[in-house]
Design a protein around this ligand. Sequence first.
Ligand code: TNX
Length: 542
Amino acid sequence: MRSPSTVLRRASALFLALLAGPALAGPATAGPPTATGGPTAPGDVRQLDSVIPAPMQTTADTRANFRLGPATLIRTQFGSAEARRVGEHLAGVLRPATGYPLPVVPAASSRPFGITLLLGGADARVGRGGYQLDVTRSGVTIRATSGEGLFNGAQTLRQLLPAAVESSERSRRTWTVPGGRIVDQPRFGYRGAMLDLARHFHTPTEIRTYIDLISQYKVNHLHLHLSDDQGWRIQIDSWPRLTTVGGGPGTGVDGVGPGYLTKAEYRALNAYAAARYVTIVPEIDMPGHTNAAQSTYAELNCDGVAVPPRTDIAVGYSSLCVEDELTYTFVEDVIRELAAMTPGPYLHIGGDEAHATTDEQYRTFMDRVIPMVARYGKRAFGWHEIAKVSPPTSVVPQYWGTGATDASVAAAAARGNKVLMSPANRTYLDMKYDRSTPLGLSWAGLIEVRDAYDWDPATRLPGVGEESILGVEAPLWSETLRSIDDIEFMAFPRLPAIAELGWSTPQTHDWESFRQRLAQQAPRWTAQEVNFYRSPQVPWVD
Ligand code: TNX
């Protein structure tokens, strides 16, 4: 369980470490300033290939271990503010547990000492999001072509250090990084997670915690489901009661999930995410899943009468009034304001389970709304039902089905649309693990860790192969979830499984290897106070 003071405790540990500087470091455990390799107790040194998601290529050199010490510097690409920011982020992660000051300084040379983050000089295979990580006795060097690649390399480095490095408490011990080289590259550009703020609101603090957790596994998109029948969670100035009423007291499932993001909070979340190379994808679900808006504004109903608010978990009964011009004024106002406060390139318009809308109405609605998204400079995502309207190839259908085939999604792929893969019986983190799971639903099946891991996004749907796939996303619907502890319990350990499917080359796919690597994450989650599910399929180590 994460106590509310965790963040504060982390901050004060960092403050103390900074104040004390090298003087706080223990003499015997720390090793000489620029660090050396040398014998370390077994179990202290991690394996290069123990990382999640599995790296493309690892070459171990057990004689080349590097030991962090009290004088270790984090040296970043000379002249690059972005490399410096990644260096500061890494220092912020490593300082509390090590107690080392780890000053971030410009790299004056590429001589390997300390931790060095360089833009350029990496193996050509790393592409944009990948990196090369070299560990020798004198230092760790991460090379990439972008800040994103450096950040991803830094997440690998965290996992190469002992699990205690994730603690907010200082421990006096050796901090050894295993020697060798990793060359790594993502399989898909989009690795996603989704939080549902509509059924139960999650606070900015909780969302930040989730961003921290997912970005460790190189997940680089966070989709926020911001409106649904039970609540509206994002401030829109031209329709102010959406939040004060539609997100106000009594909203959410069972009436116990009220709240909303102000524009300032939403902007701050985008900045927090961007600093971790996570892009926020905001979703307004329409034309169905709109009861919160229609119970707040009578004029959004065809008969001009406001529907009663709903706090149950039924789906498919609501619809905006497709024939009414005012509907499009409303939708355009929302899209305009949301696009203006969203730095990322995408805007998700939902489109699922519009059972109260005929096919013809659905098409009329989408034919009006999809071009609006483009007009405000964004690329539209929709749940996969959107494929039925043959949308422009810029539109990304998000496949959430459970069937073996989907003709309209395959046809969209054939026309050139990229597809985001979220098959519900593999990636829905709100499905129960087994019958005894206290939280979650089971309409798409029970999803144990192996079910979440053991499939291939590129062979899941006939007609939707590797080239048609934008990436993989793990949605977490919150009908049954309230707290961050609930979120963590459903996401861990399945979120890392989906992250690996999105990042790692299929050549590394191996359930036996994955469950062994997953087992080693347990002490990291314990150090981070993550509430995770101890699946019986995983040989957990403590
Ligand atoms: C289906 S998946 C929904 C959501 C529910 C979810 C619960 C999708 C696009 N729609 O409205 O929250 O199932 O698992």
